[in-house]
Design a protein around this ligand. Structure first.
Ligand code: 5GP
Length: 191
């Protein structure tokens, strides 16, 4: 998506360790009109698919997922990173290792809000090693809902997550795919 690629070129900052900072429009300050254009693009890409729920993970996925949910006309559910032991039976739970923070969290959603009848579109800001997306896919699998696919804003295609999950049959639509990036040369997009 040219609009997003242009914005990354103009405002993205490549940090050491393969981290792209997009704090001016996505992860700290947020450009909601850009989010709306992104949501419209996901709706175009997933046209013809019935979607009854959008699922994301806190915290940085929530805002883009909320805008997408309005465009898709459904509710949005975010998986919570849980610090307390949860009572088995009330929640679906999975473990996710954070790329940016390096820690492992238990991630939960209430069984009341992810139903076997749901047709789920996962939305997230970044796809890197794929741990966050794999965890969300696992929650959908546990619930018996149908996974329609995943809409990702920025896929770092030089990390293994996208390939690994596509090989498992997950449909992933990324709006900007980064082939490589470094502090000297900036970002190079994949086709
Ligand atoms: P993964 O689980 O695919 O390794 O990483 C996905 C999560 O890590 C995303 O939800 C995002 O919050 C965070 N993340 C991964 N790579 C980056 C990056 O380069 N920049 C930023 N800002 N967040 C990232």
């Amino acid at each position: 998506m040219k609009l997003l690629e242009d914005r990354i070129r103009a405002e993205g900052k490549v940090r050491e360790g393969g981290v792209l900072k997009v704090d001016s429009f996505l992860n700290h300050q947020m450009d909601v009109s850009l989010f709306r254009e992104m949501a419209l693009e996901w709706r175009r890409l997933f046209a013809g698919e019935e979607i009854t729920k959008i699922l994301t993970i806190e915290a940085s996925g929530i805002a883009i997922a909320a805008v997408a949910a309005e465009v898709f006309g459904c509710r949005v559910l975010f998986a919570k990173k849980s610090k307390t032991k949860n009572i088995a039976g009330e929640v679906y739970t999975t473990r996710v290792e954070s790329f940016t923070h390096g820690n492992i969290s238990d991630v939960i959603v209430s069984k009341d809000y992810l139903l076997p009848t749901d047709r789920v579109l996962i939305i997230d800001d970044f796809l890197a090693n794929g741990a966050a997306l794999a965890g969300l896919c696992d929650l959908v699998r546990q619930s018996g809902a149908t996974l329609v696919g995943a809409g990702i804003a920025i896929e770092k295609a030089f990390q293994p997550g996208g390939k690994m999950l596509r090989e498992k049959g997950v449909r992933i639509e990324s709006l900007a795919r980064i082939a490589s990036m470094d502090e000297k040369n900036g970002v190079v997009f994949a086709d």
